[in-house]
Design a protein around this ligand. Structure first.
Ligand code: AMP
Length: 510
């Protein structure tokens, strides 16, 4: 059997991975100058976390989430089903039978506590069990049979369905961690960044994968001042500048808050119902489930219809209108140029007020490299302190890399090694090992062949590996303590002592 990576999932190989490292390193450097620290998050979380934050009506949770099975749960579910089929009513040892039933109750409680299985689905059943157990201590004879029947009935309703998800995004995890660790007691705003893989079962195409990578930032705190939003956007653009990403374009919008958005959504829904027949199936469905999403429909024949729909800017409440105006002033103050796009709504439920997106070139239809916005209600929604505000963005690393590669054209990525150390003769090998250690200690990347090769063959391989230099070490060099170093680009060759060779190869900054 020939194994292949799953559809929509990719390997990132050297030398391409070097660019990934450079991009991630730049993010760490830029974000830390704005006072952000890295948060390392789990890859899987309770499925309910995403249902409650991202929203059940979103495509992400509705259609694209990867559920994972807790291994022990699968075994316990089998055991539960087995128990249901046994004749427990006539069990000779009632205590043992009761202990087995109790085991499943305790297991469910633990699962609910850890978030591995659904609280919602099991809460009522657990309560009924608690009542039954109280009585169960007293039951015997015919009542034992009644007890077992009732217990089995409840047992059969326990929901062991897999309730873990591979994360489709990380904002929910950051907020979960913020609440769990009481981070609101930290001084000032809490500023975090993360990077890593996300999982969504989307239809794969260029720039759209099922395992893709994001570099994201979240700022949580008591204030929602537009200067915060503007600084977050400034930092994002500073990052794109640092990695040399060209052709980026920032669009911004305000999507209102819980005062004005619901009213606008109703106005929009009413307007959409009137043109329902002219819309495609996806948009028709969204009229009822999530009408804002109709606005960012990519279908060309829906565009002219969408153009005529009521616009959020005309329906913002005073608070949101002022917030948006001040955001624009703050962006101008920072020299950030942008365009306003009233159709920019973001796919996730928890956004409010400021939303923004950055597009880049060379990506075809999937040209958004970053999406972000404000999510002031999310912390409270997930059980955290009321009044906590939040804003953040997520950069699609895969697309940033694609755009950078497109920009670089045919330029080759730098080779992984600088020096190929060609040696010949049994006595030369220990000297080569020692020399390689010294070169590596000073930061030079060295390839030391494990077996002896003729110099001609070595030089050929050095060339193919893209090495900059070949250092030659044979009997002559050993005797004279002068090493031959050849610059492979032009064949320039010199003989140097060990210390001169090391300083010749020293990584140069200029
Ligand atoms: P979102 O979390 O949907 O707001 O997406 C933020 C950014 O992540 C987008 O602008 C994309 O650059 C990137 N992204 C989202 N989904 C995918 C995907 N399936 N494949 C690659 N990149 C993605």
């Amino acid at each position: 059997m020939k194994f292949q990576a799953i559809k929509g999932v990719r390997d990132i190989l050297p030398p391409d991975s070097a660019l990934w490292n450079r991009v991630e390193q730049a993010a760490r450097e830029v974000f830390s100058t704005y006072g952000y620290g890295e948060i390392r998050l789990p890859i899987f979380e309770s499925a309910e976390l995403f249902a409650r934050s991202v929203g059940i009506e979103t495509d992400i949770v509705n259609k694209e989430i990867y559920l994972a099975v807790e291994p022990s749960l699968a075994t316990h579910e089998k055991d539960r089903n087995q128990l249901l089929m046994e004749n427990t009513e006539d069990a000779p040892n009632k205590d043992a039978a009761r202990a087995r039933i109790d085991f499943h109750i305790e297991l469910t409680k633990a699962g609910v506590r850890s978030g591995a299985i659904s609280q919602q689905d099991n809460e009522l059943i657990l309560q009924e069990f608690a009542n039954l157990q109280k009585n169960g201590q007293l039951l015997a004879g015919a009542d034992w049979v009644a007890y077992v029947r009732r217990a089995k009935d409840l047992l059969s309703k326990l929901c062991y369905l897999p309730q873990l998800s591979l994360r489709p995004e990380a904002t929910a995890s950051v907020v979960r961690a913020y609440i769990e660790h009481g981070m609101h007691t930290r001084p000032g705003n809490v500023k975090l960044y993360y990077m890593g893989p996300m999982f969504r079962g989307e239809r794969p195409q260029k720039g759209r994968y099922r395992q893709f990578y994001q570099i994201g930032v979240e700022l949580l705190g008591a204030s929602d001042h537009p200067a915060i939003d503007a600084e977050v956007i400034e930092m994002l653009l500073a990052f794109f500048e640092r990695i040399g990403l060209k052709g980026t374009a920032l669009s911004i919008n305000s999507i209102g808050d819980k005062q004005c958005r619901p009213k606008y959504v109703e106005t929009l829904r009413a307007a959409l119902r009137e043109v329902k027949d002219k819309l495609g199936a996806d948009s028709q469905r969204r009229i009822e489930t999530n009408p804002l999403r109709v606005l960012d429909s990519k279908a060309p024949d829906e565009r002219p219809i969408i153009e005529k729909l009521p616009r959020i800017a005309e329906h913002l409440c005073d608070g949101c209108r002022n917030h948006y105006a001040e955001l624009k002033r703050q962006l101008a103050l920072r020299g950030v140029s942008y365009t306003e796009n009233w159709r920019l709504v973001r796919g996730l439920d928890y956004y409010m007020r400021t939303t923004f997106e950055v597009t880049a070139t060379g990506l075809g239809s999937q040209d958004a490299v970053c999406g972000g916005g404000r999510y002031d209600g999310l912390v409270e929604q997930l059980g955290g302190p009321a009044g906590t505000k939040g804003i953040g963005f997520a950069i699609g690393t895969d697309r940033v890399i694609l755009s950078l590669e497109h920009q670089a054209g045919d330029a080759k990525p730098p080779a992984a090694i600088e020096v190929y150390l060609a040696w010949m003769g049994a006595a030369a090998y220990p000297a080569a090992v020692a020399l390689a250690q010294k070169m590596r200690r000073q930061g030079t990347a060295v390839e030391l062949p494990a077996v002896e090769m003729r110099f001609g063959k070595s030089l050929n391989l050095a060339d193919r590996l893209g090495a900059k230099y070949a250092v030659i070490l044979g009997d002559d060099e050993l005797a004279s303590k002068q090493f031959t170093v050849k610059r492979l680009a032009d064949g320039d060759q010199k003989k140097l002592s060990e210390s001169d060779l090391l300083s010749y190869l020293l990584p140069r900054t200029q």
